[in-house]
Write a protein that binds this ligand. Structure first.
Ligand code: COA
Length: 394
């Protein structure tokens, strides 16, 4: 046994690789993708442009963006066997589980699966970015007894997703707002799902295996799954007369308020600030101010309680205000996290390419941390194996 073991539970603050893709200043509440501030990208860019930026390290010119967007449109059609597989699933299957299971199924349709060149991996990324929304929309329709819809090649990414989901062409404002949400969620340094994806591809597994791991990690309630739980909380609170008392009681009992707190931000998550304004605007334009008001009341109460307990760094994160935003867009609650994945796949693929090709300065050959063994130990030679007949029942 080692005499002195340096442990860092949860790898907080441990630098495991270099990256050129994104950066967070947790003290100042700044997030940048490839050097560009998230607010500027949300104000002026599109998800297609941002995905190109993440994958290629620079903004595209007009021709490059047109070409990239065209490649995404061309790659939208998912293979027939995938739809057949979805139709065989029980309708209660969780959309994140379905999405995670679908990613390796899509691998079987990739003509370049075994080509590990950088160029082929970028094309795999294009196929994944194109098809994850298609799969999510198809599953939603299939579970409701409806046929999946073909994509509309004239519609851009977010608008086409809404069309394939609902069967109605979305209004320009809603499509634009969803596109902005996709920009805001597209990357976030070495978060749990990105690290999972990078860890898997460090074994030289292919991009689909790594993205499937990312989807699985994102589904958890402490990561992307928080947005859905925020909405559940807001719906629970809709008819509660004493919201402040409900929140206070929850914090007193040591329960977590979903959508609050972050492992890196010590101040308000800049994505949450952006989405907070969007929630206010959507509430006003759609006559649904109650969700905006309720979210703000929860935020105010929780922050006051956290402050009382000296936990001033716990502030809303991206999942807090994305929940009322998606709800006001009419998106079903259990699709909030799949929408996160539809966006984050651009970041995962960029990280997978960076990992595979060593595009930042330092990266491990293979992630392989250690753990301190605290289990049964019977000296250097180990425990003596007892035959079954001589073991006494406990
Ligand atoms: C995201 C999260 C896991 C980051 O946590 P962290 O920085 O690793 O901090 P810890 O989990 O160690 O928590 C530190 C303390 O703050 C408290 N805390 C953290 N987030 C909290 C929350 N959302 N509500 C109530 N208390 C919270 C913990 O209970 C803990 O208190 P203690 O020291 O008295 O035991 C955490 O804030 C959380 O669970 N948030 C809710 C889930 C969520 O929104 N996830 C999406 C993240 S983008």
């Amino acid at each position: 046994m080692q005499e002195c073991v340096v442990k860092n539970i949860g790898l907080r603050g441990v630098t495991v690789a270099d990256t050129k893709i994104s950066f967070i200043d947790g003290e100042k509440g700044i997030l940048i993708y490839r050097g560009y501030r998230i607010e500027d990208l949300a104000d002026s860019s599109t998800f297609m442009e941002t995905a190109y930026l993440l994958l290629n390290g620079r903004l595209p010119d007009a021709w490059e963006l047109d070409d990239f967007s065209g490649q995404i449109v061309q790659a939208r059609q998912a293979p027939e066997y995938l739809y057949a597989g979805l139709k065989n699933l029980p309708s209660k299957a969780d959309p994140m589980d379905v999405l995670q299971a679908s990613v390796p199924m899509l691998a079987a349709d990739d003509p370049e699966l075994s080509d590990e060149s950088r160029e082929a991996n970028v094309r795999k990324a294009v196929r994944l970015i194109a098809r994850m929304p298609v799969v999510t929309a198809a599953w939603h329709r299939i579970r409701n007894g409806l046929e999946p819809l073909p994509s509309d090649d004239h519609l851009p990414h977010a608008a086409n997703f809404l069309w394939q989901l609902t069967g109605t062409k979305p209004d320009a404002a809603t499509a634009k707002d969803l596109d902005v949400c996709l920009i805001l969620h597209a990357d976030h340094t070495f978060n749990a799902s990105t690290f999972a994806a990078r860890e898997v591809c460090s074994t030289r597994a292919h991009m689909y295996a790594a993205v499937a791991a990312g989807v699985g990690a994102l589904s958890g309630g402490l990561h992307g799954g928080a947005n859905m739980r925020v909405m559940e909380m807001l719906l629970d609170l809709e008819n509660v007369p004493d919201v402040e008392g409900w929140i206070t009681n929850r914090i007193e009992k040591g329960e977590r308020i979903m959508g609050m707190g972050h492992a890196v931000y010590k101040t308000m998550d800049p994505r949450a600030s952006y989405l907070k304004k969007m929630a206010t605007r959507l509430g006003e334009s759609k006559g649904l101010q109650k969700w905006d008001r309720l979210s703000k009341l929860v935020e105010m109460t929780a922050l006051a309680q956290f402050e009382k307990r000296g936990k001033t760094e716990i502030k809303p994160n991206v999942d807090f205000y994305s929940a009322p935003v998606y709800h006001m867009m009419g998106i079903p609650r259990d699709l909030f996290t799949p929408i996160f994945a539809i966006s984050r796949v651009a970041g995962w693929c960029s990280h997978i390419i960076e990992e595979k090709f060593g595009e930042a300065q330092e990266k491990p050959m293979l992630y392989r941390p250690t753990a301190e063994y605290v289990g049964n130990y019977c000296g250097l030679i180990g425990c003596e194996y007892e035959p079954m007949e001589s073991r006494s029942a406990v």
